[in-house]
Design a protein around this ligand. Sequence first.
Ligand SMILES: *[C@@H]1O[C@H](CO)[C@@H](O)[C@H](O)[C@H]1NC(C)=O
Ligand SMILES: *[C@@H]1O[C@H](CO)[C@@H](O)[C@H](O)[C@H]1NC(C)=O
Ligand SMILES: *[C@@H]1O[C@H](CO)[C@@H](O)[C@H](O)[C@H]1NC(C)=O
Ligand SMILES: *[C@@H]1O[C@H](CO)[C@@H](O)[C@H](O)[C@H]1NC(C)=O
Ligand SMILES: *[C@@H]1O[C@H](CO)[C@@H](O)[C@H](O)[C@H]1NC(C)=O
Ligand SMILES: *[C@@H]1O[C@H](CO)[C@@H](O)[C@H](O)[C@H]1NC(C)=O
Ligand SMILES: *[C@@H]1O[C@H](CO)[C@@H](O)[C@H](O)[C@H]1NC(C)=O
Ligand SMILES: *[C@@H]1O[C@H](CO)[C@@H](O)[C@H](O)[C@H]1NC(C)=O
Ligand SMILES: *[C@@H]1O[C@H](CO)[C@@H](O)[C@H](O)[C@H]1NC(C)=O
Length: 763
Amino acid sequence: MFAKLLILCLVFGASRAQSHRVCILSSSSSLCQSLDKDGSQATCSRVETRIDCALRLARGEADIGFFTEEELLLLSQQQPNDNRVIATVRDVSRLETFSFEAVAVVPNNHTGGLDGLRGGRYCHPGFDQSDLRWSPRVLKTLEEVAARTDRCPDVDTNRKTAEEIEVETLSSFFSAACRPGTWSSNSTVDADLKTRFPSLCSLCGGSSGCTGYSIDMGISVAGVNNQNRHIQALECLRVSTNDSVPTVAYAAWLHVRNYFNIRNPQDAASFSLLCPDGTLQALTPEILSNPVAPCSFVKQPWGAIVASTAAASTVLTNLQAWWPTGTDPGANSWQSVLFSGLIGGANARVVFEQAPIAPANYTAPIRSIPAIDSTASCLPAQRWCTTNLNEQTKCSWVRASAYTLGIQPAISCQQRSSVFDCLTDIKESRADFIATPSNYGYIARQHYRLSPVKLVQNTRSGASRVAAFVKETAAAQENITRFENLRGKKACFPEFGGLAYVAFVRTAQLRGVISETECDYVKAVGEFFDGACAPGALDASHTITETTFNATSLCSVCRPLIPTPDNFTCAYDYTNVYYGNNGTLACLNDPTTDIAVLSTENINVHLQALGLQANQFRALCQNNTLAATPGVFIDDNCLLAYVVDAEVLSRRGDPLNNALNVLFDSLDAYFGYNTAAANQLINLDLFSSFNGISDLLFKDSTIGLTEPTGEAPHEPARNYMELFRHLDACSRATPQVPDIANRAAFSVITMLVMSFLTRFVVY
Ligand SMILES: *[C@@H]1O[C@H](CO)[C@@H](O)[C@H](O)[C@H]1NC(C)=O
Ligand SMILES: *[C@@H]1O[C@H](CO)[C@@H](O)[C@H](O)[C@H]1NC(C)=O
Ligand SMILES: *[C@@H]1O[C@H](CO)[C@@H](O)[C@H](O)[C@H]1NC(C)=O
Ligand SMILES: *[C@@H]1O[C@H](CO)[C@@H](O)[C@H](O)[C@H]1NC(C)=O
Ligand SMILES: *[C@@H]1O[C@H](CO)[C@@H](O)[C@H](O)[C@H]1NC(C)=O
Ligand SMILES: *[C@@H]1O[C@H](CO)[C@@H](O)[C@H](O)[C@H]1NC(C)=O
Ligand SMILES: *[C@@H]1O[C@H](CO)[C@@H](O)[C@H](O)[C@H]1NC(C)=O
Ligand SMILES: *[C@@H]1O[C@H](CO)[C@@H](O)[C@H](O)[C@H]1NC(C)=O
Ligand SMILES: *[C@@H]1O[C@H](CO)[C@@H](O)[C@H](O)[C@H]1NC(C)=O
């Protein structure tokens, strides 16, 4: 008795003393005020995503969080023994052990196990289903084990997407199917595959367009929804079981029971479950009355409440006290706010675990996803090059998240020490792609022979803006009013071959002060100016062309941070005082210089740090007039470039570039801003901060992706492609690109293009 009291006191005392820190997504942080009321023992720990919550729990910086089903599978790979599952969150109408089970239903007389499905018919609920939150991996499990879509020894993968290879295999395995919905996140690929492989839609019914079933469902039966895709897939199975061709329906056990218990009880005796080991299980009344299937291809663990390891036991005890029935306690209490903030939904029912259990131990008996490195697939993993440890960590979570959901091809992550190391590795096939700032776009194309797979789309304020500034004194005395006046002057650039440098070359060409036929951007600029600071101009990593021009003059204005006897430097880091956008402003403040071209991002911060005044400078607009007033605030029409701030680059002409392009369509669909956090299978945001750190893999200014074409709907993306149009013409003209099949033809086209440009683009 005394001991019990003591324990009670201890528990009570402990829960009194500390307040549990609960992960609440920033998007619903308005809950945080109400969570503080009435002696609450819970406080908000605001997180960007649930993944951030998992990391915070593991560090002991938060105590409680909720995770979805797929997130638990991810945690058990990424943090198998960090944190503890303390309660599952189920649906009040379905308190069974699993969130769902995916089963295969076949006619009773089916023979030959899984391989017996070869040449048969396949009825599938569809790839656009949000009903039971099936991931692509779940949706494809039966076809993967039956048709072995993960192995394709004889398939030519050249230029193909993962989806194309998969659908090819399926269409040769099944003779007919209804596999409705989106086969590819890329609409062009999706439409192409639907046209080329019509047999996989042939059972959907005539007018469906493969977006769903349009078969005659007959009369509706109370309690069964004829519009439910699983019910439709089972009906597809029933009506197709009319001859000796094997037929299978893939559906959730929940709906199989519904179908055979309520809708078509007379047919139950004619069908069986096909088990993963190839055996059959008859659909007897006993089996059909059991919420747990006798065998299934996927069993899904429920989403769960997870606590930090240290707090797990206390949290479990307290939650049991706060939510004694596992439901929302209501009454406007903080306990109720906590329930809705953490779990939400009137139908949610919390089922407490006996004792805290590690994520891997929770999921392993239910569903285990094979180790990522030992999984067969038709396409090799695409290697993402990262430039620091934080990026590498974010990449490893993106990789594991995409893998968990079954997105193909797989990703792997490898860390290098700089963007240039990555560009080299990609060029030399030691890595496959990287998202880089558009500042490196020209060098990456020219020197490293890379090409864009996707461009980012930016927020309006996030896009890169390049402007040219002259000293207000020179502008006022009318020494410099047009680009022509810059000949023989001294110029400042943040980096050689960088965005500002290229934007200047392009503008100078369009204004007719640099020849359109000059493809050597070193010579073009070097001869135009009488000295410059273009950091990196002498470094091999920045070689943009095989020039005979001596680039030393492009560094003549640079200054080292630590003075040396000759004060010469061309370093492309901050040991060169004039490196970078802030250094370029410092450079323009040097009495010897006349013009600076730079990105205007944070320009006021830079001016302040350098002790300069905005009205010391005036913009020279791209239409060849000075801005009306001095200052650095200029409208977008005055800019030399208004372009995206980053792009995804890979080897030019790589046979897997299409697969990579479509991989990014999938990543955007699952981890971009297209889906509300509540509907994401895994709440990872590819384009926002990760673990509280900004600009990893992609800058936070990214809102999505777009195609690298001149027709892109996003203006900065179009402008960016336009910026390289001259370069494209040049590289087709010169014999530098080894992998051009018909150089002669290209050269002729180029000459035509170039003569067109020089002749008609005169302003
Ligand atoms: C789809 O993928 C192809 C490459 O397979 C690409 O060329 C195309 O631009 C992508 N995007 C869209 C929206 O179709
Ligand atoms: C059986 O059903 C399938 C699918 O509905 C159809 O293609 C096939 O022609 C039918 N076979 C017979 C013998 O009616
Ligand atoms: C299996 O049963 C169906 C329907 O009862 C029948 O049409 C079909 O011919 C049978 N198939 C085999 C292989 O016996
Ligand atoms: C997880 O399972 C392993 C093996 O059964 C066991 O040794 C370990 O203690 C378990 N850990 C937790 C935290 O449940
Ligand atoms: C502008 O030109 C005049 C006349 O050539 C010269 O005296 C003056 O120093 C120049 N001003 C600047 C800022 O270069
Ligand atoms: C380039 O010019 C600099 C200074 O004018 C000179 O020292 C250097 O030797 C030259 N380099 C080449 C490769 O000619
Ligand atoms: C080098 O730069 C420093 C500081 O800017 C200056 O004091 C020094 O005179 C310069 N040396 C030469 C040789 O120009
Ligand atoms: C520019 O910013 C960098 C990094 O913030 C700093 O190291 C460098 O000293 C700055 N350059 C100048 C000229 O102030
Ligand atoms: C040039 O562009 C600036 C900035 O948009 C604008 O104010 C000015 O009117 C333009 N001048 C001409 C001649 O078009």
